[in-house]
Ligand binder design. Structure first.
Ligand code: NAP
Length: 251
């Protein structure tokens, strides 16, 4: 093939690729960022990888908020039953189907499963906003969890999920409190967030609000360590002012 033809081909490929990206970011008629900014009736398509206590709870709250959610785990029958209990905005699929379906993904698996999940979904998570709830627990996850705890999850998780626009979220409040405190009256329970990318943080912020909580942006991923398991703020259902005080950050 002549050089000119090769360039024409690769330009066509580029245009096809950018068209696909634009289309995927504009599902539902409005770009994802515009929907995250709070446009009316602006549901997002969300894929849940790991539909256990946290993934099932948070995904269910998003369904109730009007988002379209696909649940996945290692047990499709469980996910079908969960989706059926939540109504027409919920569906079930394999982890790869959920990763393809979601404009935004929530990964909520045991930390020890993250390397495998990252490999299985590598091509699908690239460039996507991924909310990561996973906490390293050495007794459950082994040696890799010891390393992740030492590095901090905001540094460790991206190594397992390369290319994802990662946001640490929903990792510090127990699932039963998420169930009981969502949308509560008065001051809401805070969910700390950390990410390196402003657009991803905006989307995560909106999704925390839609789930019925108050987002508190702590900083870049390196600061996720401040609300990892074992920190003073971890495991407590704190209001935003209590969380900010605990972290020593201004309002
Ligand atoms: N429990 C809490 O209150 C809490 C709070 C904050 C953060 N976290 C963290 O969030 C994560 C999830 O916690 P959880 O309590 O929700 O756990 P869980 O109830 O045990 O749920 C884990 C989910 O991950 C799925 N899974 C496991 N390996 C997978 C793989 N390779 N691919 C796809 N899905 C896979 C499981 O599917 P199967 O059931 O089919 O095996 C299950 O749906 C953990 O890292 C945990 O430390 C938990």
């Amino acid at each position: 093939m002549k050089t000119k033809d090769v360039m024409k081909q690769s330009r066509r490929g580029f245009l096809r690729a950018t068209g696909a990206v634009a289309a995927s970011l504009a599902l539902g008629g409005l770009p994802l960022a515009a929907r995250a900014a709070g446009s009316a009736n602006a549901g997002m398509k969300i894929g849940i990888i790991g539909s256990g206590r946290i993934g099932g709870t948070v995904g269910g709250l998003w369904v109730k908020a009007g988002h379209e959610v696909m649940f996945s785990s290692l047990d499709l029958e469980h996910d079908k039953a969960l989706a059926a209990s939540l109504g027409p905005n919920a569906r079930a699929g394999t982890p790869r189907e959920a990763a393809a379906f979601g404009e935004v993904l929530l990964i909520s698996v045991p930390y020890g499963a993250l390397p495998q999940v990252g490999r299985d979904l590598a091509d699908l998570i690239k460039g996507k906003v991924v909310l990561d709830t996973c906490n390293p627990v050495p007794a459950r996850d082994g040696e890799m969890a010891v390393e992740a705890k030492a590095k901090g999850t905001g540094v460790a998780s991206p190594q397992y999920l390369p290319g994802a626009r990662l946001v640490r979220a929903f990792n510090s409040v127990g699932y039963s409190r998420l169930q009981s405190e969502a949308h509560r009256a008065g001051e809401r329970i805070a969910i700390p967030l950390a990410a390196d990318d402003a657009a991803s943080l905006k989307i995560a912020t909106r999704l925390v609000q839609d789930a019925g909580f108050e987002p508190v942006v702590v900083g870049p991923l390196a600061r996720a360590k401040e609300f990892d398991a074992g920190t003073p703020v971890y495991g407590n259902a704190l209001t935003a002012s209590e969380l900010r005080k605990g972290l020593g950050i201004g309002s």
